[in-house]
Design a protein around this ligand. Structure first.
Ligand code: ZN
Ligand code: ZN
Length: 143
């Protein structure tokens, strides 16, 4: 029986282990929604892991391979895994990855943070903006 199958992508093993220590906030950073919250890493964990394993010469192509070095990876990436993260609702999380791709490019972290800040401002301002269109056109239809 072959035991050393690689049924899961390596990054999943890291996510599972690190998840316990994640500090997910109680609401979306942008719109304050409290439902369907997800954690976004400014640094793509997939890319971090691949680059790191390559530099160290680790083979993470098997489950055994990734499990042997998982703790070491997490220990060396506390900043990226736990600090440089945002809690977002699913809607805003999907929107962000729509802009920056499934695995955002290394170097795009500050751009992502700025994008998140802009969406936040839009949300805050949006609460006070009075839609211009309706009342005028509404009455014009009935006059
Ligand atoms: Zn949101
Ligand atoms: Zn994300």
């Amino acid at each position: 029986m072959a035991k050393n199958t690689n049924n899961r992508i390596p990054v999943k093993w890291v996510r599972d282990k690190a998840k316990a220590a994640y500090e997910k906030k109680s609401h979306c950073f942008i719109c304050e929604a409290t439902q369907d919250l997800e954690l976004h890493h400014l640094h793509s964990v997939t890319i971090l892991l691949q680059t790191w394993a390559q530099q160290k010469g680790y083979d993470i192509s098997t489950d055994d391979g990734i499990l042997a070095v998982r703790d070491e990876f997490i220990a060396e990436h506390h900043q990226e895994l736990y600090e440089q993260v945002y809690t977002l609702c699913n809607k805003h999380h999907v929107a962000l990855h729509g802009v920056y791709g499934k695995a955002p490019q290394p170097g795009s972290e500050s751009k992502q943070a700025r994008w998140i800040g802009i969406q936040r401002e839009k949300f805050l301002n949006g609460g006070m903006v009075i839609p211009k269109t309706s009342s005028g056109s509404f009455f014009s239809e009935f006059i």
